[in-house]
Design a protein around this ligand. Structure first.
Ligand SMILES: C[S@@+](CC[C@H](N)C(=O)[O-])C[C@H]1O[C@@H](n2cnc3c(N)ncnc32)[C@H](O)[C@@H]1O
Length: 260
């Protein structure tokens, strides 16, 4: 049985309650400082404050991760800065990883469909997920659990094994978010559940603890529950408790019915 917990408050404070070396995997998507309508959190703060938030969270993440643990940080390549210096957010994330002692294992490109249609630059159709590890020689990577089934016999002859090795380019639908539609969730950035499930399968084992400091509508909690992991989520806005509870309740109903 998974132990799933969530707490309302500022993750910078709540993280202090997590013991050192106790979390196998941290997977999260912080706000991007682009003015998303989150409710309590104002997603347009001074750039230095945004960077400080990410830095202090990453430092705490490194402290709570087990020596073989991983941190997956999702950031959009939207321009960040002022007129003099414009950097994409993943670049800032990479710098923060480096300063915090994390090794970058992969920079995953998550591509998706989207409604956004820019007229002054190319329309965005990807984000990055930075995968950082504490120890470059010793970290959990369950390749067999995330192999992609072969489509033709030719694939098998070429590669051997029980399925393709996934690449660092992932497609997960964003517009047709099944969970969001089915449960009528109002959170503006509900993540694709199968994407978080892939990360959890890949970088943790059943019984491990997963943490999401910016848990939003609870996608990470639901994915962890499905996969028999324990999970802890933090969220600033108490209005999202309803969404988290609705999702976990629905998950329980699926388990009772035996319908996945
Ligand atoms: C990008 S959303 C996360 C969405 C989530 N991945 C999901 O699938 O629902 C970021 C969330 O972080 C929350 N947040 C912002 N600042 C926070 C803080 N200091 N501590 C905890 N949560 C915070 C926002 O309210 C928002 O719900």
């Amino acid at each position: 049985m998974s132990d799933i917990k969530y707490f309302i408050g500022d993750c910078r404070e709540l993280l202090k309650n997590i013991p050192d070396n106790s979390v196998k995997l941290v997977v999260t998507s912080p706000p991007y400082n682009i003015g998303k309508p989150y409710g309590k959190y104002k997603d347009k703060i001074a750039l230095n404050d945004w960077e400080d938030l990410l830095r202090s969270v990453t430092q705490e993440v490194v402290r709570v991760l087990t020596p073989d643990g991983s941190f997956f940080l999702n950031l959009s390549p939207v321009p960040y800065g002022n007129d003099k210096e414009i950097l994409p957010l993943p670049f800032i994330g990479y710098q923060i990883f480096k300063d915090s002692g994390l090794f970058l294992r992969n920079m995953i490109t998550w591509t998706f469909n989207n409604m956004q249609n820019c007229t002054n630059r190319l329309s965005g159709r990807y984000e990055n997920i930075l995968w950082g590890v504490k120890d470059i020689k010793n970290y959990v990577f369950n390749l067999d659990d995330i192999r992609i089934p072969y489509i033709t016999k030719n694939d098998k002859r070429l590669e051997g094994g029980n399925g393709r090795n996934p690449t660092d380019v992932w497609y997960f639908d964003r517009v047709n978010n099944m969970t969001k539609k089915k449960l009528n969730l109002q959170h503006p950035t509900v993540y694709p559940l199968p994407m978080i499930e892939r990360i959890i399968k890949m970088s943790s084992n059943p019984g491990d603890t997963i943490l999401d400091p910016f848990v939003g509508s609870g996608t990470t909690l639901v994915a962890a529950k499905r996969l028999g992991r324990n999970a802890i989520g933090f969220e600033l806005d108490e209005n999202y408790i309803d969404e988290i509870e609705k999702r976990l309740k629905y998950e329980n109903e699926l388990i009772v019915k035996g319908d996945e």
